[in-house]
Ligand binder design. Structure first.
Ligand SMILES: *Cc1c(COP(=O)(O)O)cnc(C)c1O
Length: 457
């Protein structure tokens, strides 16, 4: 059961099918353009959408809003230092701001960054610095159905191959994303982190953690990795941070706050350069674009997020939903992680070709049938077509992500999601595809306008 009870509530929108049909038409079938109060169960993202605790709110009330040297900063600094062990801690307003500052400082044009998988903003910040971002996921990651525990690992042979190969001297940094968000929220083993750190050390390349879900990764390590079963998630997390040379963190995930992030580094010169850019673009080094109350809520959230009862329940609710989804006859990316379930829309809707976006079709149907908002991760997100709509490139898989906000929805909310999927799966042949009628040249999924394509035959 949930290791908390509900003290403050917020009503959610209960809409009719007609209202949802109208809303979909109005937003040109792009779920990003819905008003949040048209959504009943919002599983678009787990980022900044969690419920804060009474303790976090109380800590925020004690926030010190001094421009420089606030008490809040020192409490935040202590909490992050205790957790990570890094010598230099810089607050930032969210994860991508931390990435921008670190990569702008660390990278020069022509460099290469390697990762288990770059998250999309991480890749964007690497490329904006004039560098190439290469993903080296382990082989098991390619099999969606394989129930293996550490499909977030980096491919160590590929990593060695790059570092020892002709372009090895251009590799500036290796990023390990825990859990591997771009790779289906799959965890990275401590063994894989240790070996990566060792390879990086031998080649004089820093290893940086993209630590947005460090606690969820640690939980899965205590469940599945030999030698860690007696450890607490906090102990695993502390060890993981200490294997790396630094981290970037989106506090909107595993610090359970609505806004925030930070950079942690051991290298004093690099930290000083980052601090200069931070002051010029985010804010002074003791607030980094955040209010004092945000810093205090991060400090409190970082302690709560590794509590075993919290993580156990988060894993349990994800597996509860996974059970309902499988029972409805919908395959998911296995095994289910903690922060999201990924529905295999390509398999459920084989009659919709990639360039008519089966993932998007399922996401729209989930909204129409149940008021549920999700995110397409398929060919609308990753594909490309020519001007006549003929496919140039499609995504490797057509997925829909159901992100699970922290401490927000209960089992009965997720049962509604399960029932809705059951209804859709029974009548899957009636789900129709879409085509794009207007799009922007980059990150098109956010702003594209679409139109239904009727089922033929
Ligand atoms: C969310 C996320 C980011 C970016 O963080 P924001 O706070 O959204 O800017 C970076 N990396 C990973 C793995 C993330 O999940």
């Amino acid at each position: 059961m949930e290791p908390y009870r509900i003290k403050v509530v917020e009503p959610i929108a209960l809409t009719t099918r007609e209202q949802r049909e109208e809303a979909l038409k109005r937003v040109h079938y792009n779920l990003f353009d819905l008003r949040a109060d048209e959504v009943t169960i919002d599983l678009l993202s787990d980022s900044g959408t969690g419920a804060i605790s009474a303790a976090q709110l109380a800590a925020g009330m004690d926030g010190d809003e001094s421009y420089a040297g606030s008490r809040s900063f020192y409490r935040f600094h202590q909490a992050v230092t205790d957790l990570t062990g890094y010598k230099h801690i810089l607050p930032a307003h969210q994860g991508r701001a931390a990435e921008r500052i670190l990569f702008n400082t660390l990278l020069e044009p022509g460099g290469i960054v390697l990762a288990n998988t770059h998250f999309d903003t991480t890749r964007a910040n690497v490329e904006l610095s004039g560098c190439q971002a290469h993903d080296l996921p382990c082989a098991e990651a390619k099999n969606l159905d394989a129930e293996l525990p550490f499909k977030g690992n980096i491919d160590l042979d590929a990593l060695r191959g790059w570092l020892e190969g002709p372009d090895g001297s251009r590799v500036r940094v290796v990023v390990m994303t825990i859990t591997n968000n771009g790779g289906g929220g799959q965890p990275v083993s401590m063994e894989n982190l240790k070996q990566t750190a060792e390879i990086c050390r031998r080649h004089g390349v820093p290893m940086i953690l993209d630590a947005a879900r460090f606690a969820e990764n640690a939980w899965l390590v205590t469940r599945h990795e030999a030698g860690y079963q007696g450890h607490t998630p906090r102990q695993v997390a502390e060890e993981a941070f200490r294997l790396a040379d630094g981290c970037v963190m989106s506090a909107k995930k595993d610090a359970i706050v609505h806004i925030g992030g930070f950079i942690g580094l051991n290298d004093p010169e690099l930290a000083e350069k980052c601090e200069r850019l931070l002051i010029a673009t985010e804010g002074f080094a003791t607030y980094g674009g955040l209010a004092g109350r945000d810093l205090d809520m991060i400090a409190a959230g970082l302690l709560e997020v590794t509590e075993p009862a919290y993580l156990a329940e988060r894993a349990d609710i994800a597996s509860h939903l996974a059970g309902r989804v499988r029972a409805a006859g919908v395959d998911i990316l296995e095994p289910p992680g903690l922060h999201a379930l990924y529905l295999n829309a390509g398999r459920l809707l084989p009659h919709i070709p990639p360039h008519n976006y089966p993932g998007h079709a399922l996401a729209c149907r989930l909204y129409l049938e149940g008021g549920i908002r999700s995110a397409e991760l398929g060919s609308l997100y990753l594909g490309e077509e020519d001007e006549d709509g003929n496919p140039i490139k499609s995504a490797p898989y057509e997925l829909v992500r159901l992100a699970l906000p922290r401490r927000v929805y209960t089992r009965s909310h997720y049962d509604h999601v399960g029932r809705t999927l059951e209804k859709i799966a029974k009548d899957a042949a009636s789900v129709h595809g879409y085509r794009i009628v207007e799009q922007s040249p980059i990150l098109r999924h956010f702003r594209a306008k679409l139109q239904p394509v009727p089922v033929s035959g």
